[in-house]
Design a protein around this ligand. Structure first.
Ligand code: NAD
Ligand code: DAU
Length: 385
């Protein structure tokens, strides 16, 4: 009881509320009702057993990870209505959510920076899951401006709408906000790692994380953040490492490896990212950050040779190309908090098998990737990559 009184005296600040929730589960509903008002009391009381969203707004739901998340929710939670908000940039493709029931999934084509559009679509939702971003490091080095606009300004607009209509917010972020680790360092990133972004892309994502924390602390926004490692799987744009190499091999071109090929990425199947996001959305503690990773560290040359061998090619059949400026050396995630607190586990633990399925997907879906391939390679060629 003294701890609860202390929490109340602290003006219901998030940290105090969190402490109260940990120590006095039976009093949480009362705390939440005071904090958010009677109108949301029922939803918040339910959140004690797990938040049960009925209508979610998924930004960037026509991109790679957003579309896989929409598919995951549509498949596993048919009672949840999904509004996808997507600007359909070069990276967004409405075909990524084709075939889903129209009664469950609707697409709104628009910009997250458009405050008047958000005024129209946010009030009907009980949660926003925010994937929309400019996501490619190489593009951010070439032209940072769209990254600041979408990733920073766009996140701020969504936060303002979520604040105004008291909507639960989950922010999708990246392990890159923590910078990189040395190749021979056994350390991994965790929720306490310092922010040290290297590229314009990762700096813009770091800025967006800080905005979410500020809105949580200052305005009491009900928000969580997840920082995930490198995703692979179906529907990933051909500009990214794994699809670029697979599709180049399929069209008879040689894959391209940056620098020495020693850079390490921590691969996770996108479906495991989706299940983690759903667990955090429905069971995560407000104001908390969770790192998502599946212990999938591999260096780039190893992954490239796995692709070449799986596709029946000589493992040395690739070109070395100019390195990415400021190229992060190694990412590695310690996801203990997510696993211990929320009981999450990845299902795709056999990377070679996941890669084989991904190759099969690109083989079977040439009509999906073909239209973007030539323009992507032309852009790389201009950059000497
Ligand atoms: P993506 O580039 O494939 O898709 C981004 C989507 O956002 C596209 O559909 C695009 O049209 C949409 N979009 C861009 N700007 C928009 C705007 N202003 N308004 C509305 N929609 C807009 O990206 P992805 O790889 O699927 O990444 C999704 C999210 O996950 C991003 O926030 C990214 O930072 C994060 N993330 C990605 C990875 C990864 O390995 N790809 C890992 C960790 C985190
Ligand atoms: O760690 C999470 C991040 O993973 C996400 O936040 C980003 O949105 C996502 O794009 C990804 O960033 P990376 O820069 O790690 O991914 P990318 O696929 O661009 O490159 C993976 C590695 O492969 C990287 O070390 C650069 C290298 N590479 C990339 C390409 C496209 C090559 O060697 N050759 C290539 O042709």
């Amino acid at each position: 009881l003294p701890c609860l009184v202390a929490a109340i005296r602290c003006g219901w600040a998030n940290r105090s509320r969190r402490y109260a929730i940990q120590v006095f589960p039976s009093l949480c509903a009362f705390v939440c009702i005071r904090n958010v008002g009677i109108g949301k009391a029922v939803a918040e009381t339910v959140s004690e057993q797990g938040f049960k969203p009925k209508h979610i707004l998924v930004t960037g739901g026509c991109g790679f990870i957003g579309a896989n998340f929409v598919r995951y929710v549509a498949r596993n939670h048919p009672d949840v209505h999904i509004t996808v908000l997507d600007k359909l940039t070069y990276a967004g493709n409405p075909a990524n959510i084709d075939g889903l029931p129209q009664s469950q999934v609707e697409l709104v084509i628009g910009d997250i920076c458009d405050a008047s559009l958000l005024e129209r679509i946010v009030p009907g939702c009980d949660a926003i899951v925010h994937f929309a971003a400019e996501s490619h490091n190489d593009n951010s080095i070439f032209d940072p401006e769209p990254f600041i606009r979408t990733n920073v300004e766009g996140t701020m607009r969504l936060l303002e709408a979520a604040r105004k209509y008291d909507v639960r917010f989950h922010h999708i972020s990246t392990d890159e906000v923590y910078g990189d680790l040395a190749l021979d360092d056994p350390a991994r990133f965790d929720e306490n790692s310092p922010y040290r972004p290297s590229s314009p892309y990762s700096a813009s994502k770091a800025a967006s994380d800080h905005l979410v924390r500020a809105w949580t602390r200052t305005y009491g926004l009900r928000a969580t953040i997840s920082n995930c490692s490198n995703n692979y799987g179906p529907y990933q744009h051909v500009e990214k490492f794994i699809p670029r190499q697979i599709t180049s091999i399929l069209e008879g071109a040689r894959p391209k490896l940056y620098g020495t090929g020693e850079n390490v990425r921590d691969w996770i199947h996108t479906e495991d990212h989706s299940s983690a996001v759903w667990d955090i959305l429905t069971k995560g503690r407000m104001g908390e950050t969770y790192l998502i990773g599946a212990d999938g560290e591999r260096n780039n040359i190893t992954v490239l040779r796995m692709i070449l061998e799986a596709m029946g090619k000589d493992p040395d059949d690739f070109d070395w190309v100019r390195d990415r400026p400021g190229h992060d050396r190694r990412y590695a995630i310690d996801s203990t908090k997510l696993r211990r607190e929320l009981g999450w586990e990845p299902r795709h633990t056999d990377f070679a098998e996941g890669l084989r399925q991904t190759i099969d997907w690109y083989v079977a879906n040439e009509a999906w990737w073909r239209p973007a391939k030539a323009a992507t390679e032309a852009r790389y060629a201009k950059q000497g990559q």
